[in-house]
Design a protein around this ligand. Structure first.
Ligand SMILES: [Fe+2]
Ligand SMILES: [Fe+2]
Length: 157
């Protein structure tokens, strides 16, 4: 077993975000907001599992080029900043009269930046975080940690 299994959670998160974007594209703002909220809840659960369960174990690996814990924490902060902005922009859109097309485009532009940040973060975990975790754990600990990470998200379903 490898921590790379957790890439399945990333795949599911990407899918949830796309569902939000589909609703936004159809200008169903209420549904877009609801789906964004569901996405955020899942993302936070995943981040919390990574931070509380995996980060302490990751630190065993010592200094790793391109992967100091501060990088992951910084990315997390930027991710949460984006989400707060999206919720605010959606709230403004819902209260607007007139044609919201341009504002919807602006939101999509911001969301494109967010998606590239997520891709970047995903790559860092795939190339650095998960392989390091594989190195510093034995099979039993790996299974336990991976199972608990999956459970953090499946509890929400
Ligand atoms: Fe992750
Ligand atoms: Fe992460």
């Amino acid at each position: 077993m490898s921590f790379a299994e957790l890439l399945n959670v990333h795949g599911r998160l990407n899918e949830l975000f796309l569902l939000h974007q589909e609703a936004l594209l159809r200008r169903d703002l209420e549904l877009a907001a609801e789906r964004l909220w569901i996405y955020e809840r899942e993302l936070r659960a995943h981040m919390q599992a990574e931070e509380e369960l995996l980060m302490p174990v990751y630190k065993r690996a010592g200094k790793i080029a391109g992967g100091p814990p501060a990088f992951f924490i910084g990315e997390r902060r930027r991710v949460l900043g984006f989400l707060a902005r999206f919720a605010a922009m959606l709230g403004e859109l819902e209260g607007e009269s007139g044609d919201p097309a341009r504002r919807v485009i602006r939101l999509f532009d911001e969301e494109a930046m967010f998606k590239s940040l997520c891709d970047h973060h995903d790559m860092r975990e795939r190339n650095i975080f998960f392989p390091a975790l594989d190195r510093v754990t034995d099979e039993a600990e790996r299974q336990d940690l991976i199972g608990r990470c999956f459970a953090a998200n499946s509890q929400l379903e």
